[in-house]
Ligand binder design. Structure first.
Ligand code: SF4
Length: 403
């Protein structure tokens, strides 16, 4: 069956050039109850959520993204991502404002830097997004009216990255870093590229999903100029892969910019193996590597959108063996309170002994992997050549504390 992609349903009275202008999409975003009620038939639960105003996480969606959701069915998967629900106000099982521990002093050396892992930092260049996903894990920062990073915060962030020479990778995040202007983004990329030890830059963005017209030729040129830059997209459902998204991804990939996707498993949105495979196969066809399948974090107000870890494991097990390794995203759970990531894979091991391990494979094949003689194991002759670099990287997070 040939994979096909549909255009988003543009309103009949709207000019194509306006629809395809990302700045118009941001300006015309739906933000208030009246905006949403003019397009959607609101359910009583959604209406109640809007009426709670400040108690609810910010609400916003571009007209393009709203057009992908059902106007009538409140249970529509895309609508569940963008529309507030009164269940956000009740959090019976677990509820954390900062599930990734990003605000802990030890992980937060400057106001816009999160340094959780040795070799990489998050640089939060804006708190603004073009959609406020109901499951957002960074509600302590996202949509907090701080906008583009201020001059002093920017200088503090750059100084930290420059001084911490073990940092190899900077992840531009937020908020959504592609909501800033081309000029602002170019300056950030230029300044990061002028730091010798920064090897990789990642841009994590929902814009290819909620406003794919953002991926203009100018933007792609800017990103390409500062290579290597990886674009981390955030498609959660196959219906988000419209013809507009396909053309945006083509522009990016054709210019040699690697693209990887991070999805979040969400209750009533994509928690079925058929949906995950549909999304993953289409992404791979578009040359986007499905990278993560995240367990939804217990961020405040997200209980109704979370799956159980057992459900997530079951989905992963169903996919295993049927989906190409290239299309298979890594199931990953962030341990609450900032405990770091844990990867899961289906358990096929049935017995462990000194001489090896026994397995039953995904389609029932039983076999044993027998270890070689342990006394035959040697270290590579030249490993010491790389030891300094390895030790420096491992120590980077504590580098400033020791100085
Ligand atoms: S785009 Fe990302 S940062 Fe913004 S609300 Fe959605 S998940 Fe949160």
């Amino acid at each position: 069956m040939k994979l096909e992609f549909q255009s988003a349903p543009r309103p009949a009275d709207l000019d194509l050039s306006q629809w395809m202008d990302w700045t118009w999409q941001l300006r015309a975003s739906l933000k208030t109850k009246a905006d949403f009620a003019s397009y959607f038939e609101l359910s009583s639960e959604e209406t109640h959520a809007f009426e709670k105003g400040s108690e609810i996480f910010n609400v916003r969606a571009t007209p393009y993204y709203a057009s992908l959701a059902s106007q009538k069915a409140a249970q529509d998967p895309i609508r569940r991502i963008l529309m507030p629900h009164e269940k956000e106000l009740f959090d019976p099982s677990q509820s954390q404002l900062d599930p990734l521990g990003e605000r802990k002093a030890s992980n937060h050396p400057t106001s816009r830097i999160v340094h959780r892992y040795s070799d990489r930092v998050l640089f939060l260049i804006t708190d603004i997004c073009s959609v406020y996903c109901r499951y957002c894990t960074r509600k302590h920062f996202t949509g907090s009216d701080q906008a583009f990073v201020k001059k002093n915060e920017y200088e503090d962030a750059l100084a930290y990255i420059k001084k911490t020479t073990g940092i190899r990778e900077v992840i531009l995040s937020g908020g959504d870093p592609l909501t800033v202007s081309d000029g602002q983004l170019e300056r950030v990329l230029h300044d990061l590229r002028s730091i010798d030890h920064v090897e990789i830059i990642r841009i994590g963005s929902r814009m290819p999903v909620v406003a794919p017209m953002r991926m203009t030729d100018d933007l792609v040129r800017i990103i390409k100029k500062h290579k290597p830059v990886f674009l981390m997209t955030h498609f959660n459902h196959p219906r988000e892969l419209t013809q507009e998204a396909v053309e945006a991804l083509d522009r990016v990939v054709d210019n040699g910019i690697p693209v990887m996707n991070q999805m979040v498993l969400l209750n009533g949105v994509n928690n079925h193996a058929a949906i995950v495979q549909a999304l993953s196969r289409r992404l791979l066809f578009l040359r986007v590597k499905p990278y993560y399948m995240f367990q939804c974090d217990p961020s405040i107000g997200t209980d109704y959108l979370r799956t159980t870890i057992e459900d997530s494991l079951e989905i992963q097990k169903e996919l295993w063996g049927h989906l190409s390794g290239l299309a298979m995203p890594n199931l990953s759970v962030d341990i609450p309170n900032g405990g770091g990531k844990v990867y899961y894979s289906p358990q096929f091991e049935t017995e462990v002994s000194a001489q090896g391990r026994k397995f039953t494979g995904w389609d029932g094949v039983q076999a044993e992997y027998i270890n070689p003689d342990p006394t035959s194991i040697i270290k590579p002759l030249d490993y010491e050549l790389y030891l300094d670099e390895w030790n420096h990287l491992r120590a980077s997070k504590n580098q400033l504390n020791r100085e």
